[in-house]
Design a protein around this ligand. Structure first.
Ligand SMILES: Cc1cc2nc3c(=O)[nH]c(=O)nc-3n(C[C@H](O)[C@H](O)[C@H](O)COP(=O)(O)OP(=O)(O)OC[C@H]3O[C@@H](n4cnc5c(N)ncnc54)[C@H](O)[C@@H]3O)c2cc1C
Length: 459
């Protein structure tokens, strides 16, 4: 006999667990299914371990700069990778076990451990069991995309998942992919002591950002000794005496770079190829992402898709926001929509990039009259006091409505400071509200009103 539930959640990423607990508490008999690690990517191989490793890398970086601050540390600085990894594992273990405990201790919620696959629109198979429900929520996330590079099948390579097992320092790490994931690993490993080369096919790093952001990030990374190889139109991999030779250029020199380790960071793909979606008639786009409407309903009534798998966001906060939208609409009869949210994210190199709303390029493309304010971090007292003045702040405002269109803060605390701008955008208030705010001294945020007081027309 099939096990019958009111609601089934597939996957324990960043929306599934919260939704499962909320539905169970609301009186729905609920099941949640996880095939691997509770907490999904963010907890086990994404945000949490990377930010924990970045914290170790920052300590190494500051220790090397100690004399700049008049502090003497004895001898050369080096990372003990087994301890760096052990610290990371401990932080991850607590989160992973916390999610598992939370789910297993929630009344009215049954946890299944195994791979879930649709058998029909209302039926899901886990191992030998068939589960049925009127409401099914898909939160299966994604995994690293492994590109079809010539020679890749002959060499050992790492992804964001397998690099988590590394407890030794690569002598030379080549990172293929100069975007969010790749750059975080590049700087982290450089600071931990490895030689690092970033390879990208495009003409600049992190290409969706404005050119000046890409250029400043490249400068920051290069200032720490990271080699950046752009326009690598012929990326190949070849084993060479226990190492890996990564091809860069077809014609011009240098044609390749040789390294001890290769990390692939060239994007993600959704975990939809083994979910039996065809048996449930759930539509996907050409890249395998599940198609959803503005309330995250799939093409099949009674089935929703949340998190990275719906292609409407690729962050923990977008996945969690998906949960909030679905729960509010189901349980509170609200009318929340994905398009109500404002794009926001951070890139966790150091100093970080905090982003909200449109880029300058997007504002220019929209051809709307706009104002722009720019300020280098050298003008920020907090940055000078910390001897960390790299980067700049930039804000764009609609000249007619005075509403903030977007901002980029590349500098210390940029990931936090961006929220004062983001909240004014959510309040739908004119930028003048923030311009007149009194902020606390000495912070980075105190310069945001000053920045907004010095806006010029965008030409
Ligand atoms: C290196 C790295 C760093 C990142 N850093 C950040 C960051 O700093 N900030 C940020 O906001 N985002 C970050 N992200 C992105 C973030 O991790 C994801 O956006 C976030 O985890 C949301 O994922 P999700 O909820 O869609 O599902 P996921 O977290 O991917 O979880 C999906 C779960 O579903 C399970 N599953 C899959 N298929 C099945 C099946 N058929 N049956 C049962 N279970 C299944 C998987 O095992 C997994 O546990 C990072 C990602 C990476 C790779």
């Amino acid at each position: 006999m099939n096990a019958r539930f009111d609601s089934i959640i597939i996957g324990t990423g960043q929306s599934g667990p919260s939704l499962a607990v909320r539905l169970a508490k609301a009186g729905r008999k609920t099941a949640i299914i996880e095939r691997k690690l509770f907490g999904g990517t963010c907890v086990n191989t994404g945000c949490i371990p990377t930010k924990t490793l970045i914290a170790s890398a920052r300590v190494a970086y500051l220790a090397r700069r100690a004399t700049d601050f008049g502090v003497i540390v004895g001898g050369p600085v080096r990372a003990d990778m087994s301890r760096v990894k052990a610290r990371k594992d401990e932080v991850v273990r607590r989160s992973n076990e916390g999610v598992e405990r939370w789910l297993k201790n929630t009344p009215n919620l049954t946890v299944y451990e195994g791979h879930a696959r649709f058998e029909s629109p209302g039926t899901v198979r886990v191992g030998g069991e068939l589960l049925e429900a009127d409401e099914i929520f898909i939160n299966v996330g994604g995994r690293a995309h492994v590109p079809d590079l010539p020679g890749l099948n002959q060499v050992a390579y790492l992804t964001n998942s397998t690099i988590m097992d590394l407890d030794t320092l690569p002598e030379h790490l080549v990172v293929v992919g100069g975007s969010y994931v790749g750059l975080e690993f590049a700087q982290m490993y450089r600071r931990l002591g490895a030689a690092v080369t970033v390879v990208d096919m495009g003409p600049r790093l992190i290409a969706r950002e404005d050119e000046e952001v890409s250029a400043a990030i490249k400068e920051i990374l290069e200032s720490e000794g990271i080699h950046v190889r752009l326009d690598a139109e012929c990326i190949t991999a070849e084993p060479r005496d226990g190492r890996v030779a990564v091809g860069l250029r077809c014609e011009d020199e240098p044609r390749e770079v040789e390294a001890s380790h290769l990390l692939l960071a060239v994007g993600r793909r959704p975990n939809t190829d083994d979910l039996g979606l065809a048996k449930a008639n759930i539509k996907t786009d050409a890249r395998g992402y599940i198609e959803v409407d503005d309330e995250l309903r799939t093409s099949v009534p009674g089935i929703w898709a949340l998190g990275d798998v719906n292609g409407r966001g690729a962050f923990t906060h977008t996945s969690y926001n998906d949960y909030e939208i679905v729960a509010a609409n189901l349980l509170e009869n609200a009318k929340r929509r994905v398009t109500d949210r404002i794009q926001a994210y951070a890139l966790y190199i150091d100093p970080p990039l905090g982003r909200a709303g449109m880029t300058e390029r997007e504002v220019r493309a929209a051809a709307r009259p706009a104002l722009i304010g720019r300020m280098p971090m050298t003008r920020v007292g907090r940055a000078r006091e910390r001897s960390e003045t790299q980067g700049f702040m930039k804000v764009l405002v609609d000249a007619a409505t005075e509403k903030i269109l977007g901002a980029a803060i590349l500098g210390i605390e940029g990931d936090e400071v961006i929220h004062s701008i983001l909240d004014v955008m959510y309040a739908d208030a004119p930028y003048t509200v923030l311009r007149r705010a009194m902020h606390i001294h000495p912070t980075v945020s105190e310069l945001v009103p000053t920045l907004l007081g010095d806006m010029e027309p965008l030409h």
